[in-house]
Ligand binder design. Structure first.
Ligand code: FES
Length: 177
């Protein structure tokens, strides 16, 4: 039995307990912040657009100047004098569905031989497009986005997935017939 002198203290004082608790909480917060920063800097896999070939039909299905709609695939296939072109039904302005209007006045060059009727006319804000999906007027900033199209024998094959933005209609967008 110890006699005299100081008795040995057991356990933590209230102050020590609070200090340890504070450091433990600060450590936890710091760990969470560090984990968040590391996670945000870690390279992530980008979701890949699904690309697949869609057989739209045989060539005889597509008449000059009469675009055919594929509602499920949300695209038009349009036969023009140079061949076949495919583009989205989604307006390049704010994404409304753009219907084909066969009785509206044509906006295509007369030299193309389409006659004087037929154009795409967006009902939302009035963007107008030709049979090539090219914007003529209205708030849309560009033509209707296009899909790659090829001929496999007499089959028209459209590569669907993410449509491609463009600034005009060029020969590389058209499958020559
Ligand atoms: S969404 Fe087509 S013109 Fe605005």
């Amino acid at each position: 039995m110890a006699l005299g002198g100081q008795a040995k203290r057991k356990g933590l004082t209230r102050r020590e307990f609070i200090t340890i608790g504070w450091w433990a909480a600060a450590g936890l917060v710091l760990t969470e912040i560090s984990a968040g920063v590391i996670y945000s800097l870690w390279p992530k896999d980008k979701p890949k657009a699904q690309v697949q070939a869609f057989v739209a039909g045989t060539l005889d299905k597509f008449k000059l100047g009469e675009p055919v709609i594929f509602k499920k695939q949300r695209l038009y296939v349009s036969r023009v004098p140079e061949g076949i072109i495919a583009f989205t039904t989604k307006c390049a302005h704010l994404g409304c569905f753009v219907p084909w209007r066969p009785d509206d006045p044509s906006e295509d060059e007369p030299s193309k031989g389409f006659g004087d009727k037929g154009r795409f006319n967006c009902p939302c804000h009035g963007s107008i497009y030709t049979r090539y999906g090219v914007r003529v007027r209205g708030p849309a900033p560009r033509p209707l986005d296009w899909f790659d199209v090829k001929l496999d024998g007499d089959k028209v094959v459209v590569t669907i997935g993410k449509p491609i933005q463009r600034q005009g209609a060029t020969s590389d967008q058209i499958a020559t017939v």
